[in-house]
Design a protein. Structure first.
Length: 281
């Protein structure tokens, strides 16, 4: 019987519903707590979360319960999967991988749990690459290879208005060194070695965003790439950033503007913007 590999990720991948549905990617929801409301992150109103953050309310995030993974794996097996590739947010940012591995031990078909060492659309593009390989009939080893190649070659460029939300959530990583910058200095960040890391300090929002675009264009030079612009809450910038990248990256294969997962937004803060550059092939 030919291999039929199911691909599952988590909601930090920021995959739009239509993309996940098109490639039959299962998405397990990370948890969010706001006041007395504790639930899957997709059950929260994004605008209400942003308003709560600006009002200084405490927001807590948590990995999915292992049971959520168990049932996702069971559904994949019931649908005919002979194996599962389950790829998730960096273990240095979340215990999601650990929950997935715990659930994988309870399933009757092989479940290969991968720590992507990244998040956002770097994870999202890796899940899509894995699902494409699976749809083409690849076995588990080749599906894993497709995912891992994207994880190791994709780059996140992240603008935040302030580092305060990352500090509050304990996800600041090596970017700790940037705390205390003058208010007018805007931080640019990336993901390195599985955690948030500093990239540059730039005076003013517009210069910071222009610098981020320049870095993304430089990174994408010379090869074909998928590119995503990620936002947390609407701003005046994401569509223009998308247009600039389309003009300046001749090797772009696919581009999209996506909403950051609410869990990611809870750590980055309102107004956060990101660019993911993910080489193809």
């Amino acid at each position: 019987m030919p291999a039929r590999i199911a691909v599952i990720t988590d909601s930090s991948s920021c995959l739009p519903d239509l993309v996940a549905s098109r490639w039959a990617i299962g998405v397990v929801q990370i948890q969010l707590s706001l006041g007395s409301h504790y639930d899957d992150e997709n059950r929260f109103d994004r605008g209400e979360v942003i308003d709560a953050m600006r009002a200084g309310q405490v927001i807590v995030t948590a990995p999915p319960d292992p049971g959520a993974f168990f049932w996702a794996y069971q559904e994949a097996a019931a649908a005919g999967a002979t194996a599962i590739v389950s790829i998730h947010i960096s273990g240095r940012m979340s215990d999601t991988v650990r929950a997935a591995r715990e659930a994988a031990q309870q399933v009757r078909i092989p479940v290969h749990v991968l720590d992507s060492r990244t998040t956002g659309m770097s994870l999202g593009f890796a899940a899509v690459a894995a699902a494409r390989a699976a749809a083409a009939g690849a076995d588990a080893e080749r599906v894993i290879d497709a995912a891992e190649r994207r994880c190791t070659t994709s780059t996140e460029f992240i603008y935040v208005d302030t580092l305060e939300y990352l500090r509050r959530g304990g996800r600041i990583g090596a970017a700790q060194a940037m705390l205390g910058s003058a208010f007018s200095i805007k931080p640019l960040l990336t993901v390195k070695d599985g955690e948030v890391a500093p990239l540059a300090r730039v005076p003013g929002t517009r210069r910071a965003l222009a610098k981020m675009v320049d870095l993304a264009v430089k990174k994408s030079g010379g090869f074909r790439a998928d590119i995503a612009v990620t936002r947390f809450g609407a701003s005046d910038h994401e569509l223009e950033i998308g247009r600039q990248i389309e003009r300046r990256v001749p090797g772009m294969v696919e581009s999209m503007v996506v909403e950051a997962s609410t869990v990611i937004g809870a750590h980055l803060g309102p107004g956060a913007l990101g660019i993911t550059v993910s080489p193809v092939g």
